[in-house]
Design a protein around this ligand. Sequence first.
Ligand code: SF4
Ligand code: SF4
Length: 365
Amino acid sequence: MSCADCIAHSGGLLRLYEKMQMGQETPLPLCGSFELTLRCNVRCKHCYILYPGATDNEMSTEEAKAVLKKLADGGVIFLLMTGGEVLARPDFKELYLYAKRELGMILTIFTNATLVDEDMVDFWKKYPPRKIEVTIYGHTEETYENVTGVKGSFKRFRNGCQLMLDAGLPLALKTIAIKSNVHEFKDIRQWVLEQGATFRYDIDVHPKIDHNTDPLEERLSPQEYVEVELIDLEANLGQYNTYVTNAYNHSSGDNLFVCGSGVRTCHVDPQGRLHPCMIWRENPYDLRNQVLDDDWRDHRTAIRSKKTEAVGCNTCSNRGVCGRCPAQSLLEMGDPTLPIPYHCETSQERRKLMGEPAGLSIEIV
Ligand code: SF4
Ligand code: SF4
């Protein structure tokens, strides 16, 4: 998943966060994400933000700047700018420079790279972000454009990546493994490594923000899901052993949230609504008209005060190896406390693969 909390983990920010917040009674959300727009120039099959009304009532430049200032005043230092496609906003450079130079934020950008040209690359060379992440939807033109639904998008994506690679920008390449492209997963991974870029992948596909379940048609089967994990783990056995040990040592308990949603992180949508994270959109907090202060902390505490049910995930022996989270349950099951059957099956498959930590042995195929 690409939620800001997962990114904080994978970006090595978690330890920094813990050090900075040591002894603080009310921790600040140091890592935030901001969807500048939900407009996009491609139409991916698995996309969760393409829904009716998604692009209505978008903030103006001045409103977006005011919200950025409130995020900075509220403690956000690391900011992910995402979309939609961020470069579909004509005022992208103005917002970027405001966040970077006026507010001193450390920026990560998510883009599909299809709108990246020489001018954009020169801009980023002059004002570099911490990282630019690009998602790869396929290794061949046919597969890529079958996912994006837009003719010519593959060439534009490859051209944008090449410009950024040639300029030495801090590029990270990733993919989302789905039904339509999983047959090219190994090729995508190999191509990224050949470019000398870092590689990561997502597999989790969930319903759209309005609960429409069309994206689930692109979801891998539980078996395919674990097979993809295995491909990447071939090169990361040390990491795998740590993962297994942590998973088996996972303590259960009845806290619904085990991530930093709303505590370490927060998320703003293009309408200026503040959420604990990208996926949880219930009970938004109006950041256009309020500030990020104690009221927000009370708001998110109320959201996080829910407990797991006495049965289900709470008593599940696979909980430590399960990728379900309350935000996903809310979208898919309509209730954040409920297990997701797909994740139950995937956890069973993963556990079969992992074995027990003492006699850990996996076979790479
Ligand atoms: S609730 Fe889920 S989507 Fe939100 S930050 Fe936690 S793990 Fe990520
Ligand atoms: S979703 Fe299923 S496998 Fe995952 S913790 Fe809940 S009951 Fe266990």
